[in-house]
Write a protein that binds this ligand. Structure first.
Ligand SMILES: Cc1cc2nc3c(=O)[nH]c(=O)nc-3n(C[C@H](O)[C@H](O)[C@H](O)COP(=O)(O)OP(=O)(O)OC[C@H]3O[C@@H](n4cnc5c(N)ncnc54)[C@H](O)[C@@H]3O)c2cc1C
Length: 284
C-alpha cells in the first residue's frame, strides 16, 4: 500500500525521498518555508508536518508562536499510549489452512485490556515467503502501555515493568493460542524505547490522543493549520491513524490546502486529480 502511494505521488510529478531527515523549518519573509534537510535545503509554499506536536515545534524557530490548541494536543498525546511487542517465528501448526490470521487475545476478561492482558496477534500467511522461510510464519504481538504510568518509573523500575508485561503477553498468548505458541522457535521483544529509536517518535508514543466515544471528536477534525502554509497531520490530529482515517485525513488536507492556500489561483484539476482517482480505483 505504501509503495502504491509513492507510485501515485510520482505519477502526479511528485518526488518521494527516504532517509532525508528534516532538521529545521524556517518561515521565509515573502511567504513559504525553507526546510533544512540532511541532504540540503528545500523551499516550499506549503509544509505538512506528519510528526507529533513536540517534534514539529522543535523544527521551528524559537520565537515561532504556537496557538493554544497546540499545547492541548501535545498534552493529550502525552496521556496516551505506548506499545510493547513480541516478534516471533513459528513452524506451521497441524491443521493450518494457509491464510493470514489476526487474533485479539484476552487473558482475564475482568481486568483492563492493556499491559499484556490484551494482545493483538498477526500471523503471516503461507504465501508471505519474504517474511519467513517456507514452512514458517512470522507472528507480531502487541499490547498497549499507558505512558503516564511508564513515565513515573525509574530506569530500573521501567525495565522490570516491561519485563512483566512481556511475560504477561507470553502467558496470554500460550493460554489463548496454544496451537501457535507451541510452534515458536525464535523471538525478539520491543518496548516504547525501541519505537523512539527506530521511528523518532517522542518517548515511543503511538496512536495519538486516546479516542473516546462521542461527537466531540469531530470538533477537532484535522488537519490543523499552525500558520499560513504550515499544517499538522498524523495520529495526533483527528481522525488519526488507520487506513480509513489516513485516507479521509489526506483528502481533507488536500482540500483545505487548495481552498486556503491556493484559492486565488487558477488551479488545473490535473495537479491533484490523478492521485485522487488512482486511490479511489484501489479502494473499489
Ligand atoms: C507496536 C505498535 C502497534 C500498533 N498497532 C496499531 C494498530 O493495530 N492499529 C492502529 O491503528 N495503530 C497501531 N499503532 C499505532 C500506529 O502505528 C501509529 O499511530 C501510526 O503509525 C502513526 O502514524 P503517523 O503517520 O502519524 O506517524 P508515523 O508513522 O510515526 O510517521 C512519521 C514518519 O516521519 C518520519 N520522521 C520523523 N522525524 C522526521 C524528520 N525530522 N524528518 C523527516 N521524517 C521524519 C518517521 O521516520 C516516520 O516514518 C501501533 C503502533 C505500534 C508501535
Amino acid at each position: 500500500m505504501a509503495s502504491e502511494l509513492c507510485k501515485a505521488i510520482k505519477q502526479c510529478g511528485g518526488e518521494v525521498m527516504f532517509s532525508n531527515r528534516a532538521k529545521k523549518i524556517s518561515p521565509l519573509a515573502d511567504g513559504g518555508y525553507q526546510i533544512e534537510t540532511r541532504r540540503g535545503a528545500i523551499t516550499a509554499e506549503v509544509v505538512i508536518s506528519n510528526l507529533l506536536p513536540k517534534s514539529t515545534r522543535r523544527l521551528l524557530p524559537d520565537d515561532f508562536s504556537t496557538p493554544k490548541w497546540f499545547n492541548q494536543i501535545q498534552s493529550g498525546v502525552e496521556k496516551g499510549w505506548g506499545a510493547a511487542m513480541l516478534y516471533m517465528v513459528a513452524e506451521t501448526p497441524k491443521g493450518f489452512n494457509g491464510g493470514a490470521e489476526h487474533w485479539q487475545l484476552i487473558g482475564d476478561e475482568h481486568s483492563p485490556l492493556i499491559e499484556g492482558n490484551h494482545v493483538f496477534c498477526s500471523i503471516s500467511s503461507s504465501k508471505e515467503t519474504d517474511r519467513a522461510p517456507v514452512g514458517s510464519h512470522t507472528l507480531t504481538l502487541s499490547t498497549h502501555i499507558p505512558m503516564a504510568t511508564l513515565r513515573e518509573l525509574s530506569e530500573a523500575e521501567k525495565r522490570a515493568y516491561i519485563d512483566d508485561i512481556h511475560a504477561k503477553m507470553r502467558s496470554t498468548f500460550s493460554e489463548r493460542c496454544p496451537e501457535w505458541s507451541e510452534q515458536v522457535y525464535f523471538g525478539m521483544s520491543a518496548s516504547p524505547r525501541t519505537f523512539e529509536r527506530f521511528t523518532a517518535r517522542e518517548e515511543g508514543l503511538v496512536g495519538g490522543i486516546p479516542k473516546r466515544r462521542g461527537w466531540h471528536n469531530y470538533l477537532r477534525l484535522g488537519p490543523r493549520r499552525l500558520a499560513k502554509g504550515l499544517y499538522m497531520v498524523g495520529d495526533s490530529t483527528f481522525p488519526g491513524q488507520s487506513t480509513l482515517a489516513t485516507a479521509t485525513g489526506g483528502e481533507r488536507t488536500s482540500e483545505m490546502i487548495m481552498r486556503r492556500e491556493f484559492s486565488r489561483r487558477v488551479v488545473q484539476a490535473n495537479h491533484f486529480l490523478p492521485m485522487h482517482v488512482s486511490l479511489r480505483q484501489k479502494d473499489t
